[in-house]
Design a protein around this ligand. Sequence first.
Ligand code: UD1
Length: 338
Amino acid sequence: MKVLVTGGAGYIGSHTVVQLVEAGHEPVIVDNFVNSSPGVLDRINEITGREIEFHEADLTDVKKTLQLFDEVRPEAVIHFASLKAVGESVEKPLMYFRNNLDSALSVAEAMGSVGCQNIIFSSSATVYGDGDVPMNENQEYLRSDSPYGRTKIMIEQILTDVAAAHSIHVALLRYFNPVGAHESGLIGEDPLGIPNNLMPYVAQVAAGRRERLTVHGGDYDTPDGTCLRDYLHVVDLAEGHVKALECIAEGNVSVRAWNLGRGRAVSVLEIVHAFKEASGVDVPYVIGPRRAGDLPSVWADPSRARDELGWTAERTVADMCADTWRWQSSNPDGYRAS
Ligand code: UD1
C-alpha cells in the first residue's frame, strides 16, 4: 500500500517508515521539521536501501495539504504530525489546539478529496486520564490533564464522526511509553534541548551530557516509591502500526481503538538500573520532588491488540536500554552532526 506518513521524520514516524518498507509497503514522508531533523531521511534510506519519497509541508495549511494528497494519492495515512510536549501545551494551549486540530482537519479533508479511506491516528494513553490500571479501551469517558492530551481526545472524536459520515476506516492507536531505537543505531529519539522524558534523559546522563537524573518523586505508593509506566520498544510500536494498517485496510473496521503497550509496569529506578546494566556506565541520580500531573501507575491491558491485530510487544526492557545506548553513544549530537 502507498502510505502517507505525516511526521515521518519524527521519532516514532521514522521507525514506522522503516517497518512499512520491511513489510512491503510504500511509505511517503511529509514533515515540516518543527521537531525533527532533515538528517533522519538519509538514515532511513540507508537502513531500507531505498530512496523514500519526501515532501516538506505544514499540514495546518489546508490548501497545501489538498495539493499534497492530490500529488501523492495515498491509499492510507498514518498521522503522527503533532506537537507533543505536555508542559508546553499548558503554557500555550491555543498553539496546541490550533496546530494539532488544524492539521488533523486538513488531513481528514484531503483524504475525502482523493478518496483515501484508511487512517491510523497516533493517540496516547493520556486519554485515559487517571483511569484504573491496567487501562483498557472500554473506559467509558476519556479525559486528560493537559491541552496536549485533550487534542488527542478531540481528534479521536473528530475522526469517529468523519468515519460515520464518510465510511472511512480509522485506527486509534493509544501508545503507552515508547522508548529505544532501531537496532542499527542509525535512527533514534533526538530531543531538542533538555529532554522531558525519562529514557532520553537517562541516556544523556550516561553519555556525560548531563550530570545526574532527578527522579521525580520517591514517595509514591509503589514497590520502590517511584512511578510505574508501561515502556515499550519503538520498533514494536512501529510494527503495531503495520498490523493496524493491514487490519483496517481489509475494510471491516469503521473506528477501533487499540492500546499499544506491553502490559508490564516498570518503575523509574528499574529503568535506571537496567540502563546501567545495558551500557556498563553509571547513571547518577537524586530523588527530587514529584512532577506536577504525574500519575503513580500507568500500564496497558494490551489484550485487544493481541487478539485482533495479532500484535504483541516482544522486546524487553534490556533491549530498549541497549538500543537506546547504541543510538546515543554512536550519535552523541543526534542528527545535528549528519
Ligand atoms: C509523558 C506525558 C504523556 C506523553 C508522554 C510521551 C506527562 C505528565 N505525561 O508521559 O502525556 O504522552 O510523556 O511524550 O508529562 N521521570 C523522572 N525524571 C525525568 C523524567 C521523567 O523521574 O527527568 C519520570 C516521570 O516522573 C515518570 C516517568 O519517569 O514517572 C516517565 O516519564 P516520561 O518519560 O516523561 O513519560 P510520562 O510522564 O509517562
